[in-house]
Design a binder for this molecule. Structure first.
Ligand SMILES: Nc1ncnc2c1ncn2[C@@H]1O[C@H](COP(=O)(O)OP(=O)(O)OP(=O)(O)O)[C@@H](O)[C@H]1O
Ligand SMILES: [Mg+2]
Length: 243
């Protein structure tokens, strides 16, 4: 089973867009995909077209049996929601989500982590085997990525449960912008041994979540967004960055 956390340490960098994108491409590739929305705002569920207010991740964490909502043939989502901000969820062990998803029989589970809720982000990082650390050219995003990678490395060194493998995803990249051109060099300087993946700025990616439909049903196969999503999935499957 493939278990992937999409995290950032900063808001608005493209986590949900990437999580929904890889979930829908994996579903078309024949995986049985569950997207676990860890955001109190439930953006991923909304962006895939589900009712974001239905029971979901919070209820699962609290020991209930919410039914994943089916989006398409091979794609399901557990919505986030304000319940994730509650005290009961806040008090859970970091392993709580890893334990709660154990009964699911999906072949791929994607965790969309929220910004600004470290304990929710940690639930996703600990339940995953692989983490995609999303970053853009803003200094705060690079600081956020450094914090997530530090959390991952420390857990790994202590042989704690959680993602064993991670890559940086440079998000919303537009090489006409000076800051974006310098991003890769900045990441190489700071995280020399971490693989780097790329998601370029692409209207098909932003349209998918605003039109509330999986990207595969609207975007042309050859658009930048689909090409970049396929490269990320290649890395997830084979562990190699195609740069
Ligand atoms: N590659 C891209 N190309 C064009 N627009 C993008 C891309 N990635 C994200 N966006 C747009 O940027 C905005 C933020 O994206 P998104 O919601 O995925 O970020 P996020 O990191 O999940 O945010 P939050 O921290 O609030 O959860 C959205 O309007 C989205 O449509
Ligand atoms: Mg989001």
């Amino acid at each position: 089973m493939m278990k992937v956390a999409v995290a950032a340490g900063k808001g608005g960098v493209g986590k949900t867009t990437i999580a929904c994108g890889i979930a829908s491409v994996l579903a078309v590739q024949g995986e049985q995909v569950l997207l676990v929305d860890l955001d109190p705002q439930s953006n991923a569920a909304w962006g895939l077209g589900a009712d974001p207010t239905l029971p979901g991740t919070a209820e699962l964490l609290l020991g209930e049996n919410p039914a994943p909502i089916q989006i398409s043939d091979n794609l399901w989502v557990l919505p986030g929601g304000p319940g994730l901000k509650g005290h009961e969820v806040m008090r859970l062990d970091p392993e709580a989500l890893a334990d709660a998803i154990a009964p699911f029989e999906h072949t791929a589970i994607i965790f969309d982590c929220p910004p600004g809720w470290d304990h929710l982000e940690r639930l996703g990082l600990v339940a995953a085997e692989t983490a995609l650390v999303v970053v853009d050219a803003h200094p705060f995003a690079i600081q956020g990525a450094a914090r997530v990678i530090e959390t991952l490395s420390v857990r790994c060194q202590k042989q704690r449960q959680g993602a064993q493998r991670w890559a940086l995803v440079m998000s919303r990249v537009d090489l006409r912008r000076t800051l974006d051109k310098d991003l890769e060099a900045a990441l190489i300087a700071l995280f020399a041994d971490v693989d780097r993946l790329l998601i370029r700025q692409d209207v098909a990616l932003s349209l998918a979540t605003t039109e509330r439909t999986p990207i595969v049903s609207t975007a042309p196969q050859q658009c930048r967004g689909m090409t970049d999503l396929h490269n990320i999935i290649e890395w997830l499957r084979n562990g190699e960055a195609s740069r």
